[in-house]
Design a protein around this ligand. Structure first.
Ligand code: TYD
Length: 218
């Protein structure tokens, strides 16, 4: 289906700094484009999604297939009730995580297989893929060092799990480079933001003079 909006996904391992970067990117895009910008996240992004988020991240043990289905359920509802309607209105939609998270975490991390998990997600979303996916790439050890506070159920996985998720993301980029930009997340917040804006500006034909460092630190 043809949408009038533009769909951006921000991806990366836990601790890569997605949420911080996404908030800044959304504020900047609102300012420079004057368009409606919908900033959302997975899991979550809807009332049902927040319930599913709580169940999958903070509940008791669930087996990998149940986990994959919970993320897919969240994504199906998120797409149907938030993302697709926003794109049809012509909005720019930015989501903190999308289908590549399932492939990286359930497909590779939990070793369910990339193809099956991708098929599940494509079914859940009725085939909706982002126009551009920004991968914030960070070595899992550096990411782990940034994590403070209590770890959720997913973050408690062993280090090899996070090695596999990182490899998965990078493999996805290799398979379809036109759909991704990779940003080194081992840098300061403002520099990362500037680099992300540069990529988005090119994709959306925003005047590069509007990428200002001052606002990146705001
Ligand atoms: P995250 O978005 O990183 O939020 P926070 O910053 O609050 O930890 O947490 C979501 C967790 O869910 C993260 O560990 C990745 C995981 N996840 C999956 O395993 N599969 C998925 O499909 C999605 C969307 C997330």
């Amino acid at each position: 289906m043809i949408t009038a909006g533009y769909f951006i996904a921000i991806e990366g391992g836990d601790g890569a700094g997605k949420s911080t970067q996404m908030a800044r990117l959304a504020a900047w895009l609102r300012e420079v484009t004057g368009r409606e910008v919908v900033a959302t996240r997975e899991p979550g992004g809807t009332e049902l999604g927040e319930t599913l988020r709580d169940a999958v991240m903070h509940g008791g043990h669930v087996d990998p297939r149940t986990e994959a289905l919970l993320y897919a359920t969240d994504r199906a509802h998120h797409v149907a009730s938030v993302i697709r309607p926003a794109l049809e209105r012509g909005a720019i939609v930015i989501t903190d995580r999308y289908l590549d998270s399932s492939i990286a975490y359930q497909g590779y991390g939990r070793e369910l297989g990339a193809d099956e998990v991708e098929r599940l997600s494509m079914w859940a979303t009725n085939g909706l893929l982002p126009d551009l996916t920004v991968l914030l790439d960070l070595h899992p050890e550096a990411a782990r060092a940034r994590m403070t506070g209590e770890l959720d159920r997913i973050e408690q996985a062993d280090p090899e799990f996070f090695e596999r998720t990182r490899d998965a993301y990078l493999e996805r980029v290799d398979l379809d480079p036109a759909r991704y930009v990779v940003v080194n997340a081992d840098a300061d917040i403002a520099s990362i933001q500037m680099e992300i804006r540069g990529h988005i500006a090119r994709a959306l034909e925003i005047d590069p003079d509007l990428i200002s460092r001052d606002e990146a630190t705001a």
